[in-house]
Design a protein around this ligand. Structure first.
Ligand code: FE
Length: 218
């Protein structure tokens, strides 16, 4: 079987807000889905290595902010490609903290909801948390960002801890020369527009890093 079959599965893009004893943090997932409606239960799959996983285990609480097509790729870069264990991922991201202490992202999202974990299921690498939705938005704004939109329009990719991560083909099998963002790992490889010909004010579409943060892939 080819792993490409999994590329036919549809997903959305979500920021998961968490807290631990001392601080708030957030990460990006594509794995939120509603699994029941009386009461409203959602599931989210998260890698055991993620700092957010540790926080949810500890507190049993998280928020879901549904990203929209207007949410900047820089927000996804800041929350999706660093670890909250050693960095303040929310430093340059607008958010508010709910009374329960967990953050909700305010970067052009569609809506948000607060979840309390009721049970979980383990795999070798990921935990699937099942959680009851206990509060949330009264209205929906904007168009939700799908995982397909993230790949096709923003040119994003899945980080290593995502369940949908797949090994990238070696550079020799791609066309043109590849340049890698040293901040988020985004690979620029457009055979029609060489990296050198991009304008000086061009920035990484994922994390917003300048051209100078890119290195030629060997
Ligand atoms: Fe980047």
């Amino acid at each position: 079987m080819t792993n490409d079959v999994f590329n036919t599965l549809s997903y959305g893009m979500y920021a998961i807000g968490v807290k631990d004893d001392h601080k708030v943090s957030a990460c990006i997932v594509n794995t939120v889905m509603q699994v029941a409606n009386t009461p409203n239960i959602v599931s989210v799959s998260m890698n055991h290595k993620n700092y957010s996983h540790e926080c949810i285990r500890k507190t049993g609480l998280f928020t879901v902010s549904v990203l929209s097509e207007d949410t900047s790729g820089a927000v996804i870069g800041a929350l999706g490609f660093n670890s909250g264990r050693d960095t303040d991922k929310l430093k340059n991201v607008r958010y508010r903290v709910l009374a329960e202490g967990v953050p909700v992202i305010k970067e052009n999202i569609c809506c948000w909801f607060l979840c309390r974990v009721v049970t979980s299921v383990e795999t070798d690498t990921h935990t699937v948390f099942l959680a009851e939705v206990v509060a949330g938005s009264e209205s929906i704004k904007r168009k939700p960002m799908t995982y397909d939109y993230y790949h096709r329009v923003i040119k994003g990719r899945a980080p290593k801890n995502a369940p949908t991560y797949q090994e990238q083909p070696p550079v020799s099998e791609t066309t043109g020369e590849s340049w890698v963002c040293t901040i988020c790992g985004y690979v620029y490889n457009d055979p029609y527009v060489p990296f050198e010909e991009l304008p000086d004010d061009w920035v990484c579409p994922i994390c917003g890093a300048p051209k100078t943060a890119f290195r030629r892939q060997q």
